[in-house]
Design a protein around this ligand. Structure first.
Ligand code: DLL
Length: 435
């Protein structure tokens, strides 16, 4: 039985959604043109005026925004309200250059938290649940977003933030947490710790809401099995609000994008051309309700596919597939495009863990790629020759999936550093891009 947080809008007809989007888009473009000189200049440069935008069919006429624009306009250049109307900032975890700072009015926060509440209810959450939020709190949007959504649903909220696994497990067992919110890599780590400490029958978890980084179906099955829960994906990005831009429902076949607040497009990342439904490309968002930091045609760099297939949960909003990688996360090794998710899929299919690292280097002007992956306890009894046979098997499977040769090392459990937030999967030692 499907449950909704805002049933009317979550199950609105296509016609109703389009009508809402048309009306909000026209208003948004006008407001941005009048209030954000940075974007006005971009529109002027492209020769497009607010009068040219009469419906979502005109969206393609508008210029794109990229992270570089956000950096260039840092900190206030894209603000569309008075600073005195803003009540919060959040920021991305960028490792190089200037961070991106997003501003929120109280209304922006309200709508963002509604989106997170929709996700929690879609995962089966009610006011009887105990929701343990172990995404980071602070500048990162994960903690504050899910925290707000959990309050709106009326769950008892445990604002744990990330880290301190002993304390996480103590509260999880003592207070009977039923919903766990964290990155999938931290969920896998918690599952591993619960197993090791023999706490499996003391936990009451029924669902997990995991996102902020890429994870595969194999990893989902692994976590679901270890914790005895249903694991739901949740997607979002700071620039567009935070978690809850889209979320999974009971069908677990992609994430419904909150189309009353955001228009999604898929474009060819090289030409910028809009692609038809069902084609893989870069996801682009236009916000429809954000007051402080509205973004028009913002390029996410996330590669995915949209689908309007009817969903058994009754929600009508378009679904996005799990991101298959980022156009900027994609590694180019020996001229071949490699996504970490392709490697993860092969490892998990072969009974290995999601604790892995990909090390790319360059020797004698030629790229090398090494995959280090932790073994599971089942491998303990294997002889060295059995392990090396397994490594060879994976090398050959990777060769057929990626089209290039990668070395594989199966390493001892716990030898790869754990992450409490987003996992660091790739170490690129080639120094191809020096900032
Ligand atoms: O990661 C917001 C978030 C917090 C989402 C908690 C879900 C849960 P940023 O730090 O700005 O915001 O990073 C955004 O993370 O463009 C994607 O590349 C990636 N990402 C987010 N969710 C997913 C997901 C938050 N479910 C960037 N699957 C995005 C794959 C994801 N990648």
């Amino acid at each position: 039985m499907a449950n909704y947080y805002q049933k009317e809008i979550e199950t609105a007809s296509r016609e109703e959604i389009i009508a809402i989007q048309n009306e909000k888009l026209v208003k948004t473009v006008k407001r941005v043109y009048e209030n954000v000189p940075y974007y006005k200049a971009k529109m002027d440069e492209k020769g497009v005026t607010p009068e040219d935008i009469k419906s979502i069919d005109d969206l393609h006429k508008l210029p794109f925004l990229t992270k570089d624009d956000l950096r260039e306009a840092y900190p206030y250049g894209l603000l569309a309200t008075d600073l005195k109307d803003c009540v919060r900032i959040q920021s991305t975890s960028g490792t190089t250059g200037k961070r991106v700072v997003a501003f929120y009015t109280q209304n922006d926060i309200d709508l963002w938290e509604d989106c997170c509440a929709r996700a929690i209810v879609a995962a089966g959450g009610t006011n009887e649940d105990v929701c343990q939020v172990c995404y980071g709190y602070g500048l990162f949007t994960g903690g504050p977003g899910l925290n707000g959504g959990s309050h709106k649903v009326g769950c008892l909220t445990l604002p744990m933030s990330s880290g301190n696994t002993d304390r996480q497990l103590m509260f999880m067992t003592d207070l009977g947490a039923t919903i766990l919110c964290c990155t999938p890599s931290y969920a896998a780590y918690l599952a591993e710790s619960i197993h090791e400490r023999g706490l499996r029958d003391q936990i009451k978890l029924k669902a997990g809401i995991f996102g902020a980084e890429a994870w595969t179906e194999e990893m989902r099955h692994d976590i679901e099995e270890k914790l005895g829960i249903k694991a739901y994906d949740i997607y979002g990005l700071t620039e567009i609000s935070g978690p809850g831009v889209s979320f999974e429902c009971s069908e677990q076949t992609g994430m419904h994008i909150n189309e009353d607040h955001f228009i999604a497009e898929i474009i060819n990342p090289i030409t910028g051309e809009v692609l038809p439904e069902g084609e893989k490309g870069e996801l682009v968002f236009t916000s429809l309700d954000k007051e402080a930091f509205p973004l028009i045609r913002y390029r996410t760099k996330d590669i995915c596919v949209l689908s309007r297939k009817k969903c058994s949960c009754g929600r009508t909003h378009v679904k996005m597939s799990k991101p298959m990688g980022r156009s900027d996360d994609m590694l180019i090794v020996k001229g071949v495009n490699v996504f970490p998710s392709q490697i993860e899929m092969v490892l998990l299919k072969n009974g290995l863990t999601s604790n892995y690292q990909i090390i790319v280097d360059r020797e004698k002007h030629s790229d090398t790629i090494e995959v280090r992956v932790e073994m599971t306890p089942e491998f303990f009894s294997d002889s060295l020759s059995q392990l090396s046979a397994k490594e060879k098997e994976i090398v050959s499977e990777l060769k057929s999936v990626l089209g290039i040769y990668a070395t594989v090392k199966i390493v001892e459990p716990k030898s790869i550093v754990r992450s409490e937030g987003k996992a660091v999967r790739v170490i690129d030692r080639r120094n191809l891009y020096q900032n």
